[in-house]
Structure formats: structure tokens, C-alpha cells
Design a protein around this ligand. Structure first.
Ligand SMILES: NC(=O)c1ccc[n+]([C@@H]2O[C@H](COP(=O)([O-])OP(=O)(O)OC[C@H]3O[C@@H](n4cnc5c(N)ncnc54)[C@H](O)[C@@H]3O)[C@@H](O)[C@H]2O)c1
Length: 334
């Protein structure tokens, strides 16, 4: 067997995924199981849903562990349960608060679920000898900038507690690579869309239309513009990066190569596809809510140079995700 450093992260046999019952975590779990890995999925089900793991739970190499990772004791219990199956080769850390607005109203939510989960997961990795981490970071760490953002753009002044706690998490991970981690993959996601979404603009629009079908009320003036990546492509990119980048700390923006989609165009797409003719109402303000970055653009030169490119444009991803989210009605949606 090759040494850990010689092997690709996704070659490793036993992968622990935190936030496995969530939107992205469940798609990642399915994909890594399909590729033949043993997966221990940890979640506390605050936002994650058991139905998201319908397919994974049929798999004999999937093990579900229910624990709160924001405490040291919860992490130790989760890692102990996972290590009963086999030593953990890599940890893909996705557990976090994903409701940015909730974290603006109550900063303790992001302290607990976005930062302390990372702090204690990294601590448990040291204790249990897991040496490679893949971390789900976010465009929110950049704050508001004018130009396109590269991985080394700065200064980094996040405008939400969520962004601040993601940035602090990146720092804890980078520090750990100086001592016991052999490799870290910090992946900064754009807006990710697709079936099983637990939040986000498409999810919100569909929920609003279900609750009050007479009008779709949009937060902000509709001109907020961001890139949107389909979850299947995100998972593809995550695995591609771990297979092809071999630095000790590997930091990548992941995104589509276009100008993004406006909230107005998303609202119009959702209405066209699921509630034709419904009027759409906008507000006068530029930002949807406090902590919302109205527009951003990534440079993905580093990822392109590595050889990966998204196939779907932002608008195609939005269309596909609208159909998938509209079709999902509880159990075993894909
Ligand atoms: N969806 C996006 O557009 C997007 C964009 C940028 C970054 N991200 C990051 O990707 C990751 C996955 O996001 P998602 O969209 O799937 O969100 P999600 O809310 O669907 O998934 C997060 C999961 O973590 C679990 N969790 C939260 N706190 C926990 C705790 N204390 N202990 C154990 N489990 C806990 C939740 O129950 C949930 O299942 C997150 O880290 C998020 O910050 C997502």
C-alpha cells in the first residue's frame, strides 16, 4: 500500500463526511460510495434529513453516526464509532450552519456550528490519527470586493458571521497542517443548487410559492448577481481537486466560468417552470438582507489550470435545480 502522501485523497478507503445528511453532504456521500469507498456519515440532523440518505443507507459500506460535532465529546464519540469500522483516512468536513441570515440574527449559531465543529473535528483528527482534510469553505470569506476574486485576493473582511467563522476555520486548518495534518483541501464554494437543497434562493422561492401562490416576493431589487453551480458538478470538482492537487495546503475557488445569474432571472425561471403567470414583487434595496453580498465573481484560473471546468452555465444549473427541487417531496428524492 502506498504511503498516505503518495496516495490521492479520494483513493483512501475510509472517508468520514461531516454534514452527510445535508444537501451537498448527501450527494457527496452517494458519489464516494459509488466509487467504492467506505463512508462514515456524521450529522446531528439540525438541518440534514434522513431521506437524503435513502440511497446511502442501502449500501453496506455506509455507516451513519448521529452526533453533535460542535462539542469535543460529540466529536470524540463520532470518531470512536467511525474508527470501530476502520481507521479514518480522510475527513470531508461539511457540517456547518447554512442559514446565513440566522447567524446574522444570532452569532452564537455560527460560532457553534460553523467554527466549533471545525475546531473539534480538527482536534479529533489529531487524536484519532486522521491526517487529510477536505473543507467546505465559501465565497462569504471574501466580503464585498469590486473585481473578480482570486484565492489570494484580500483584504478578507467577511460581512456575515458565517463568513467570519468559515475564515476562522480555514485558519485553524492551515495551522494544523504545520503540525499533524499531511494535507488540507480548502474549497471555496459559490452558490450551489440542486435537488435535496435545504436552503438557498431557489428553495426559498419554491417554498414561498407553495405558501402563497398569488405573488412571488423577492428580497432586494433582483439585481444581485452571483455564479450558481449544480451540486453534481461541485462534487465532481471536489473529487477532481483531491485527485490532482498535491500541495500540503490546497486552496481553490470552485465555480462556473460565467457572469452568474441575477436574482431577477432566477425568480423568472422559477415562475416560468413551476407557476407560470405569477407576478413577481421586488424591494427597492440592493441587498436582499444584512450579510448578503449583492454580487461577486470568482477567478477560477487555478482550477482551470488544474484541468477542471463546469459544463453547465449558471442559468442551466438554476433551471435544472428548479425542476429537481420542485419534484422533491420528502422521501428518497434524488
Ligand atoms: N449550499 C451552498 O450554496 C454552499 C455555499 C458555500 C459553502 N457551503 C458549505 O457547504 C457545506 C454543506 O452545505 P449545505 O448546503 O449542504 O448545507 P446543509 O445545511 O444542507 O448541510 C449541513 C449539514 O451539517 C449538519 N450540521 C450542522 N451543524 C452540525 C453539528 N453541530 N453537528 C453535526 N452536524 C451538523 C446539518 O444537520 C446539515 O445536515 C457547509 O459547510 C456550507 O457552509 C454551501
Amino acid at each position: 500500500m502506498a504511503s498516505l502522501e503518495m496516495r490521492r485523497v479520494s483513493d483512501l478507503a475510509h472517508i468520514l463526511i461531516t454534514g452527510a445528511a445535508g444537501f451537498i453532504g448527501s450527494h457527496l456521500t452517494d458519489r464516494l460510495l459509488q466509487e467504492g469507498h467506505t463512508v462514515s456519515g456524521v450529522d446531528n440532523f439540525t438541518r440534514g434529513r434522513r431521506e437524503n440518505l435513502c440511497s446511502a443507507l442501502q449500501h453496506r459500506t455506509f455507516h451513519l453516526v448521529e452526533n453533535d460535532l460542535s462539542t469535543e465529546a460529540g466529536c470524540i464519540d463520532a470518531f470512536t464509532a467511525a474508527c470501530r469500522i476502520a481507521p479514518i483516512d480522510s475527513v470531508w468536513h461539511l457540517a456547518a450552519n447554512s442559514d446565513v441570515q440566522a447567524g446574522v440574527a444570532d452569532p452564537s449559531i455560527d460560532l457553534r456550528d460553523t467554527f466549533l465543529t471545525t475546531f473539534h473535528v480538527v482536534g479529533a483528527m489529531r487524536r484519532f490519527g486522521a491526517r487529510a482534510i477536505v473543507f467546505a469553505s465559501s465565497s462569504a470569506i471574501y466580503g464585498v470586493h469590486n473585481g473578480p476574486l482570486a484565492e489570494d485576493s484580500g483584504p478578507l473582511f467577511p460581512i456575515s458571521n458565517y463568513g467570519a467563522m468559515k475564515l476562522a476555520s480555514e485558519g485553524i486548518i492551515s495551522a494544523a497542517t504545520e503540525s499533524f495534518l499531511s494535507s488540507a483541501y480548502v474549497m471555496r464554494f459559490p452558490n450551489v443548487v440542486g435537488g435535496r437543497a435545504t436552503h438557498g434562493v431557489i428553495f426559498d422561492f419554491i417554498e414561498k410559492l407553495r405558501r402563497s401562490p398569488s405573488v412571488l416576493d423577492v428580497l432586494g431589487d433582483g439585481n444581485q448577481q452571483k455564479p450558481y453551480l449544480h451540486v453534481s458538478e461541485l462534487v465532481d470538482a471536489m473529487i477532481f481537486i483531491t485527485d490532482h492537487s498535491r500541495e500540503r495546503v490546497n486552496c481553490f475557488n470552485i465555480s462556473v466560468c460565467d457572469e452568474g445569474a441575477t436574482v431577477r432571472s432566477i425568480a423568472e425561471t422559477v415562475v416560468r417552470l413551476i407557476a407560470p403567470g405569477t407576478p413577481i414583487g421586488y424591494e427597492a434595496n440592493e441587498r436582499g438582507w444584512v450579510g448578503d453580498v449583492p454580487s461577486f465573481r470568482y477567478t477560477i484560473d487555478r482550477l482551470s489550470a488544474l484541468g477542471w471546468r463546469a459544463k453547465l452555465s449558471s442559468m442551466k444549473a438554476v433551471e435544472r435545480a428548479t425542476i429537481e427541487c420542485h419534484a422533491q417531496k420528502g422521501a428518497c428524492s434524488s
